[in-house]
Design a protein around this ligand. Structure first.
Ligand code: SAM
Length: 289
């Protein structure tokens, strides 16, 4: 029997039984493994780090897609950076009001192999006529495109290897430059308890670029070690404090069926515990009544 031990942290990690090895190879950018585990279904691993599993991916993808799109309320142009497994595209494309979706992924092999081995992640979203997929580095794309977006979602790997560029100040500045007025950037920002330095660095860099920034949170079992934080950055401070009534109205109007997201969870996700506030250099949650 084979086992997979995640190598994200030196002295702590998670172990999966590999019930069936489906694919293992180097892609040119990363070492990619897809296996089946009885508890979590199919699991995608890049460079020894768990990216997504069939069983718990809905938490992560619903929270990174629906929170910014529903807070914005009129998102027509959405950019996904990374997200090669296709599940972010699946969630974003559920919003019928979104007119154009661009996905910029650095590694075409992740796209191809996930369509083949993790078809439930994209669930046909790549065939949506509103979608354009580009193979490029997210930072390079943002620094060279003339397009603008209402919502940018950074669905990146951790800040190791090709994902490092997506946590740089240059990346945040390029996102800021390509957002329409009232636009919002959200980012995958790691597990706060286990990766406090990455969180503190991201907070400083976002604060240097955006008028309003914060983090919101969700616990995702296979991102082990507690709550994952998602970066939130915009020049429109009102977006973060949107009331329950407009969110309810937008969520119902969207007709989207979710398993994790709802407007109450949306608002509550911005309430961070004190150790996380301390890490990001804030005294309180800045919530409004
Ligand atoms: N949900 C995952 C997590 O939390 O770790 C992220 C999943 S998704 C598979 C991450 C994707 O980001 C990968 O497909 C990877 O190839 C892509 N990626 C990494 N660095 C990138 C870059 N600089 N530009 C665009 N895509 C990048």
């Amino acid at each position: 029997m084979r086992e997979f031990v995640e190598t994200l942290y030196d002295s702590y990690g998670q172990l999966f039984r590999v019930d069936e090895m489906l694919f293992e190879d180097k892609t040119g950018h990363q070492h990619l493994v897809i296996f089946h585990n009885a508890a979590f279904g199919r699991v995608l691993v890049l460079d020894g780090i768990v990216q997504t599993t069939e069983r718990d991916e809905f938490i992560y993808h619903e929270m990174l897609a629906h929170v910014p799109i529903l807070a914005h309320g009129n998102a027509r142009d959405v950019l996904i950076v990374g997200g090669g497994d296709g599940a972010m595209l699946r969630e974003v494309s559920r919003h019928r009001s979104v007119e154009r979706i661009i996905q910029v992924e650095i590694d075409d092999r992740v796209l191809d192999l996930c369509r083949r081995f993790l078809p439930r992640h994209s669930a046909g979203a790549f065939d949506d006529s509103r979608v354009t997929v580009l193979i490029d580095d997210g930072l390079h794309f943002l620094q060279t495109t003339e397009r603008r977006f209402d919502v940018i979602i950074s669905d990146s790997t951790d800040p190791i290897g090709p994902g490092e560029a997506l946590f740089s100040r240059e990346f945040y500045a390029a996102c800021h430059a390509r957002l329409n007025s009232g636009g919002v950037l959200v980012t995958q920002n790691g597990v706060a308890f286990m990766q406090p330095e990455e969180l503190a660095t991201a907070a400083r860099r976002l604060a240097a670029v955006f008028d309003d920034w914060h983090f919101y949170a969700a616990a995702i079992p296979t991102y082990v070690g507690g709550i994952m934080t998602f970066g939130w950055a915009t020049d429109d401070a009102g977006l973060r404090h949107i009331g329950l009534a407009p969110l309810d109205e937008r969520f119902i109007a969207s007709g989207i069926e979710t398993r994790y997201y709802n407007p109450e969870v949306h608002r509550a996700a911005f309430a961070l515990p004190r150790h996380v506030l301390r890490t990001i250099g804030k005294q309180h949650n800045e919530s409004r009544p």
